[in-house]
Design a protein around this ligand. Structure first.
Ligand code: HEM
Length: 365
């Protein structure tokens, strides 16, 4: 049997492969014989982003694995919550990193920008993998010059990105997890009839307080009453089986059943069994919001750096990025759930046997 070679003590630089990491900043401006000081910052900021993207994918893959099973064990749900919380914190760093890059002025950027064409963040494979694994669908993407977004990749990269479109995404898995929740039906207790009654009472009181408000003109009353009717319509979509699927804005939308489950989890989050699911849904909404905030910050940075010029990757630049921030959404339904909340005091009281089935019980031996 071959003897294991004696190894010296682990050395910091070897462990982190710093040789490779720190010799991976090759400035195009230097290659062209005119080194531009700020290109180093530009490269390092992009590389830092890619490292964080790698960590996000690492966490996301673990969360996806948890939800792929037929049921989700409670302790794994706890892990998924921790991992989504980590993704949210990383995203905060990613948003903040824009400030670091913005210490570069537009004129400094122009010193090397043209040497980057046609490379662009548009070709970030890891960014596309994150989008797709979260649940972005090809058909929901903005079209650029009638070409698929994968047309800017090498064949190998395009294949990786396309493969990620074909796996069940976090959106798909969370939707079926929500649809499976056992708390949509409570035996004889018809929760949705009770909830609807509370909603109708709330809407009737909203209408009455607008009609009886002496400070409003007739025109203002009509506008506000129209707002109440729009809310009533959204509720009807949520409650009525034969209405269209409830839609609450751009991006993907959950099925009615999944949306009802998400609402229930939010409304009764104080019940112990619903607490972790509530935290998970809140974190998914945070991930969505942070993604949009990053897109908006990045679009503003592009405007500041290149104005209305086209991007190095050939899109319309700022205009494309702005529209993508508006359109490219996955979990927007979770933030929009607040439109369906009613005050805690008006919530139907759950019957005691339903509550005890939801609670954790401790019996001494
Ligand atoms: C001077 C700074 C930057 C400018 C002016 C800029 C500009 C742009 C523009 C114009 C686009 C649209 C595609 C194109 O036509 O090229 C784009 C896309 C993109 N950029 Fe940047 N960018 C900058 C920094 C960064 C950084 C630091 C990252 C971090 C990885 C990044 C990641 C991306 C990504 C992921 C896309 C694709 C967005 C999408 O399709 O929704 N960019 N960028």
């Amino acid at each position: 049997m071959e003897k294991e070679k004696p190894r010296g003590p682990l050395y910091y630089a070897d462990y982190l492969q710093l040789d490779r990491l720190l010799s991976s900043q090759q400035m195009q401006s230097a290659l062209h014989g005119k080194p531009a000081h700020d290109e180093m910052l530009f490269i390092i900021v992009h590389q830092a982003y890619e490292l964080w993207f790698k960590q996000i994918l690492w966490e996301l893959d673990a969360v996806l694995a948890t939800f792929r099973g037929a049921s989700v064990p409670e302790e794994e749900l706890g892990q998924a919550v921790l991992r989504c919380g980590r993704i949210v914190e990383i995203q905060r760093v990613l948003i903040q990193q824009v400030d670091v890059l913005e210490t570069m002025t537009p004129l400094d950027f122009l010193d090397f920008r043209d040497q980057l064409i046609p490379a662009s963040g548009f070709q970030s494979v890891q960014f596309r993998l994150i989008e797709n694994k979260l649940g972005m669908r090809r058909g929901d993407r903005l079209q650029i010059n009638d070409a698929p977004y994968t047309s800017r990749f090498t064949q190998l990269d395009a294949a990786r990105v396309v493969a990620s479109e074909e796996e069940p995404s976090l959106f798909d898995l969370i939707q079926s997890w929500l649809e499976r929740t056992p708390f949509l039906h409570f035996g004889d207790f018809d929760f949705w009839r009770e909830y609807r009654r509370a909603v109708d009472a709330m809407l009737a009181s909203d209408r009455a307080s607008i009609r009886n408000n002496p400070t409003l003109t007739e025109g203002e009353k009509a506008t506000q009453l129209a707002g109440v009717e729009a809310t009533a319509h959204r509720f009807a979509d949520l409650f009525e089986e034969n209405a269209g699927e409830p839609a609450t804005g751009p991006g993907r939308h959950f099925s009615r059943r999944a949306l009802q489950a998400a609402l229930l989890i939010n409304l009764y989050r104080d019940e112990p069994i619903l607490h972790l699911p509530f935290r998970l849904l809140a974190l998914l909404a945070d991930i969505e919001r942070n993604f949009t905030t990053w897109r908006q910050r990045h679009a503003q940075m592009a405007m500041r750096m290149i104005g209305t010029r086209i991007g190095t990757g050939g899109t319309s630049g700022h205009e494309y990025l702005d529209r993508a921030a508006e359109r490219h959404r996955v979990f927007a339904d979770l933030s929009a759930l607040a439109s369906f909340y009613i005050p805690r005091s008006a919530l139907p009281k759950l019957p005691p046997d339903v509550r005890s089935r939801m609670g954790f019980t401790f019996r001494s031996p």
